[in-house]
Design a protein around this ligand. Sequence first.
Ligand SMILES: N[C@@H](CCC(=O)N[C@@H](CS)C(=O)NCC(=O)O)C(=O)O
Length: 217
Amino acid sequence: MTIAITAFERSPDGGKGLARDTRVRWALEEVGLPYEVRLVSFRAMKEAAHLALNPFGQIPTYEEGDLTLFETGAIVLHIAECHPGLFPADASARARAITWMFAAVNTVEPPILELVTVKLVESDKPWKADRLPLVEDRVRARLSQLAARLGDGDWLDGVFSAGDLLMVSVLLRLRPSGLLDEFPNLAAYVARGEARPAYQRAFAAQLAINTAPLPAG
Ligand SMILES: N[C@@H](CCC(=O)N[C@@H](CS)C(=O)NCC(=O)O)C(=O)O
């Protein structure tokens, strides 16, 4: 069955892989599923046709036959449940992998998004100078807890899982801030994720789109 996802026609990051279609592409690559990509403009994302796929007018969306999904956590969970490669066979290990997926999007990503907001969206606001160090410290606190748990392990729970896929994806957003480098085991963890052939393929695919000339008109 054909799988189709949506992605930015032009990602604001210019192809650094930070738009969330990359994590879905990565999951599909890990399990070896081919997929099509429908590119949408910012305007089209807020129009009825796209809102029918995602009521919040965001990318990515995921279509497989008559199933439509949004929210990357749910999409990656669906892919991992239906295809071998992203969940361990043992039921308890799988439940722990799901725990890490939720931790990534629910506990680690929010302060990172706050940091991105202060740096990019609120960069000209008078409160930025006061707020930035507070938000950075909030991120540091999470990273420190995560680094303590990861220790010298390669992955969060022994073998690579969908939990690592989401956690690495979330942490990648921190690279420009330099905060990741304060935690060498986390920086190495992210680099391990990026080195996976499936990630490389996902990254290259989104980069090709974001660096291709825009169609005339
Ligand atoms: N929690 C959602 C967040 C989706 C999201 O924020 N998507 C961004 C792109 S990475 C987007 O569409 N931004 C444009 C907008 O919100 O208008 C998920 O994980 O799928």
